[in-house]
Design a protein around this ligand. Structure first.
Ligand code: 5GP
Ligand code: MN
Length: 315
């Protein structure tokens, strides 16, 4: 890692502009990682440009937003270096994929086991809790972190480990968490903002999802149609948490949450306590981790639910 970071430092610090991007519908790990990387890139003397979809207001407290591209024409961006972070495959970059294709030097920093090593330089640590953990391991070798970077990284780790709870939390993850706290961030406040505070809109979506909840053996599943999503005014980021919540119902070992998207396709989220849901998601062109995965299904909510439940039962 040490030698690796020296190479990274050389390429990044000698670049003019560095595009930093992540997957569509970004979560706290994605948002924390891009903002932390942008602040780092600035410190080492390059110009960061973040390409990211609108994200949930719960992450508004994270610093570095001034580096987010505010234009409306990605064609005008002339990328020198492109860093994709928390993104398992190139197509998950969404609109930024075309910019990636034009970059001279590309980096893929991630922790998804399903990552297909799509860049010239791939730093994929599948056992790590979060992309923010991977980012920390890289940047600490050549950048003196500050409170803002620490808070961004802490947010990502807390999001993806659910407050250092999931099995992906290692001794190292906790040590990194400890080092980040030393910069003076308020760990309890970050956890409240990211994991516990909910808007009334989120709660309304939750209420409806619980209303649609069904059980099939040890599978808990539910859905929201696109109409329901429109009625309660939620955006994608507001729906995180539903699939985890229903997995925690006693006796359940798999949970499925699907919702209708504006384009007529269906978003699938899978969580598990035992079976490999990454494998199931990959049969629909998706991916993720052993116990948490997702995909976009080209069909209705009803079709998606039927086909996913069948795949789970076959596995
Ligand atoms: P979620 O269900 O919260 O959207 O995603 C769970 C995990 O699966 C996350 O690590 C996420 O990055 C990954 N994931 C979700 N949707 C997709 C997808 O369409 N393709 C891939 N490759 N991974 C996904
Ligand atoms: Mn992640």
């Amino acid at each position: 890692m040490e030698t690796f970071s020296t190479d990274i430092y050389k390429i990044w610090s000698e670049s003019k502009n560095i595009i930093i991007s992540t997957h569509t519908n970004p979560d706290g790990d994605a948002v924390g990682a891009v903002l932390a990387l942008a602040m780092t890139v600035k410190i080492i003397g390059a110009e960061p440009i973040i390409l990211i979809e609108n994200y949930s207001e719960k992450f508004d407290f994270i610093k570095g937003k001034e580096y987010i591209y505010d234009g409306d024409n990605y064609d005008e961006i002339k990328p020198d270096v492109f860093i994709a972070v928390d993104c398992g495959s190139k197509d998950r970059l969404g609109m930024a994929e075309a910019v990636f294709d034009r970059a001279n030097s590309t980096f893929n920093i991630d922790h998804h086991v399903s990552n297909d090593n799509f860049a010239q330089n791939n730093i994929v640590l599948g056992g790590d809790s979060s992309s923010c953990e991977v980012v920390y391991k890289i940047i600490k070798n050549f950048c003196i972190l500050n409170k803002d970077i620490a808070e961004a990284l802490y947010t990502g780790i807390v999001t993806d480990t659910f407050g250092f709870k999931y099995n992906s939390t290692s001794k190292k993850t906790m040590e990194i968490g400890g080092s980040l706290i030393e910069f003076g961030i308020n760990p309890s406040e970050v956890q409240d903002k990211v994991l516990y505070e909910h808007t009334t809109v989120e709660v309304e979506a939750f209420r409806r999802a619980l209303n649609n909840l069904k059980f099939d053996g040890d599978i808990a599943y539910t859905y929201l149609s696109y109409d329901e999503i429109k009625e309660c005014g939620v955006s994608n980021g507001d729906l995180d948490g539903i699939v985890e919540y229903i997995l925690n119902i006693k006796g359940m070992s798999i949970s499925v949450f699907v919702y209708g998207k504006k384009d007529g396709r269906t978003k699938i989220s899978l969580r598990s306590k035992k079976i490999d849901v990454n494998k199931i998601a990959s049969t629909f062109g998706g991916g993720g981790h052993l116990l948490a995965a997702g995909a976009i299904f080209d069909g209705s909510v009803e079709e998606a639910l039927n086909i996913v439940l069948n795949e789970i039962k076959k596995s």
